[in-house]
Design a protein around this ligand. Structure first.
Ligand code: ZN
Length: 203
């Protein structure tokens, strides 16, 4: 290997060693973050411009700015003072982390089963909101998540699907509540009038 190639390899290694820690530190700023807007003191969903932040880091600078905010475009020219909230503690502002923390240790309000850990590819739990309607938390506008979580109850994916079907197609379902009344504590249909639990399909 020629001296020039050794020199070039050494320069590349040194450059990577210089840039890699900066890029690694930036990774925590990915994703949608919830902040308290300094102007109106209400929740706002923001995203950091990772392209600019990465390019600046490669050039040895720090440039953290927003590329999106739920209060834009009306407040597009705001001073972006909320960035300091994200930079100081990115983990507690990430929407995913907020939802994960809220569901942790909870049980489904419908079937009582423990809510499983949130996974990016899994069927995710939903929310039973104050209107008693199940909604998928990740389909909500992120800035609405705090007020929706207040007073909401967790619902597992299976119950969310069942409740949604019941709400959207009430004519296709005969509803029978279930209770833990079996000899082994298993769930049994609650039929005080002795009716047989059935499902019927409208013609
Ligand atoms: Zn359930």
């Amino acid at each position: 290997m020629s001296h020039e190639l050794y020199l070039l390899t050494a320069m590349v290694v040194l450059a990577l060693a210089y840039v890699a820690p900066r890029l690694y530190r930036l990774r925590v700023l990915r994703g949608t973050m919830l902040v308290t807007c300094p102007e109106n003191l209400k929740p706002a969903a923001v995203k950091i411009n990772m392209w600019r932040a990465t390019l600046a880091a490669i050039l040895g600078r720090q440039q953290i700015e927003l590329c999106n905010c739920s209060r834009w475009p009306e407040n597009r020219d705001c001073p972006q003072d909320c960035i300091c909230e994200v930079v100081e503690d990115p983990d507690s502002h990430r929407v995913w982390n907020i939802a994960t923390h809220w569901f942790k240790g909870k049980e489904c309000a419908c079937c009582g089963k423990p809510i499983t850990r949130l996974g990016h590819l899994d069927r995710r739990p939903a929310l039973l909101d104050v209107q008693k309607k199940t909604v998928e938390w990740d389909k909500l506008p992120p800035e609405k998540l705090p007020e929706t979580l207040w007073g909401a109850k967790p619902v597992c994916w299976n119950c969310h699907i069942a409740e949604s079907f019941l709400r959207e197609h009430p004519d296709l379902v005969t509803y029978r509540p279930w209770e833990k009344g079996g000899p082994l504590g298993e769930y049994q249909p609650h039929t005080p009038d002795g009716e047989e639990t059935t499902k019927r399909h409208a013609a």
